[in-house]
Design a protein around this ligand. Structure first.
Ligand code: ASP
Length: 350
């Protein structure tokens, strides 16, 4: 992370020492928002590398100071396929520390869009504060003719500065939408309108710079979860195994051999596990591996005892969490228990 010293965030927001005068009186009364930068396309200039943002983007976001007093820190500088659990833990601990202080009213996390939904859901389960946390990315780099980073960042700061955002769990914004971290997923490889919550819809919108909420997240999150990262230095290994016509048990068995403590099976339809894999799944579950039936279908709830007798197989069902989100919950669940019944309780609750 050779950029830590100079920080993307500081360059992005033009807040490096000496670059800006002290806040005016009007600004001093504005909410204090901490931006934690992790890399991704929102940090790209003219190459594929996440690096310091150029003057063009800095010049494009002077509006931020009308919304909030913004400070920035670099937590990582990676493309989001390279986000690792170690970065999640660092990020979550920094957020909890910052929000516990009276000097920070909300946090914005800048992140690559590929795995943004996973980081957002992880934070949704481990942030221990009601203050807003908003995860934001961009689909286009700052040198693209229609860069979306500046507008998305302005929206993110507006949401984090909004009292209405408190208590809604971790939020995600791109393309003027406000989405719940639990429900949102990237639905299109390149479109600006890619972040959607297929089952339940967005929580709100940002229009004319004003965030408005139309519904609230009702599954437990943040202060109402049982998870605590304070003493964690690593997370349990959990694999995802994908189903398809003609699949055999090899990939499942390999996951168990590689010492995964949990396996999320991205089954077909309503979370089906084909006969060829059921034996491996049942014996893994019997051996104490948490086996979760999720679906490769992008929407809907995997019903307990729907396609299979889950008690007999020893499996847990993922509710409406997609496989990558189910994996996040299993990783955290395993910090408490590997009991299938307890794990099912968590899937029914979070
Ligand atoms: N590859 C990038 C990432 O996820 C894509 C993006 O940020 O939009 O970091």
């Amino acid at each position: 992370m050779k950029h830590i010293g100079t920080t993307l965030g500081l360059a992005l927001l033009g807040l490096a020492a000496g670059m800006h005068p002290a806040p005016t009186l009007a600004q001093a009364s504005k909410p204090r928002i901490l931006v934690l930068a992790t890399g991704g396309t929102i940090a790209q200039t003219d190459t594929k590398e996440a690096k310091l943002l150029g003057d063009a983007l800095v010049g494009a976001v002077p509006q931020l100071k009308d919304l909030a007093q913004v400070q920035a820190e670099q937590v990582a500088q990676v493309s989001s396929p390279d986000i690792a659990p170690e970065i999640w833990l660092r990020l979550a601990k920094r957020i909890n520390e910052a929000l516990a202080s009276n000097d920070v009213d909300g946090v914005v996390v800048t992140h690559g869009t590929d795995t943004l939904e996973e980081t957002a859901y992880f934070l949704d389960l481990v942030v221990k504060n009601d203050k807003p946390v908003v995860v934001v990315g961009s689909m286009r780099g700052s040198s693209a003719p229609s860069a979306d980073g500046p507008a998305n960042l302005i929206d993110a700061v507006a949401i984090a500065a909004s009292p209405a955002a408190r208590g809604n769990g971790v939020l995600v914004t791109l393309n003027d939408t406000i989405q719940s971290a639990r429900d949102v997923t990237k639905t299109n490889t390149t479109s600006l309108d890619t972040f959607k919550s297929p089952d339940f819809g967005a929580l709100g919108i940002v229009q004319g710079g004003k965030p408005t909420f139309y519904r609230h997240a009702s599954r437990r999150h943040t202060t109402a979860t049982e998870f605590d990262v304070a003493s964690l230095t690593a997370l349990p290994k959990v694999a995802i195994v994908y189903s398809y016509v003609g699949v055999d048990a090899d990939a499942f068995e390999q996951a168990v051999r590689s010492e995964a403590k949990g396996v999320v099976y991205a089954g077909t339809g309503n979370g089906s596990i084909p006969k060829a894999v059921q034996g491996a799944a049942a014996s893994a579950a019997k051996g104490g591996v948490v086996v979760v039936r999720a679906s490769r279908v992008n929407g809907g709830v995997v019903e307990r005892n729907g396609e299979h007798d889950d008690a007999a197989l020893g499996t847990v069902t993922a509710d409406s969490l997609n496989p990558q989100k189910a994996r996040v919950l299993v990783m955290l669940g395993l910090t408490k228990t590997n009991d299938a019944g307890e794990m099912q309780r968590m899937f029914d609750m979070y």
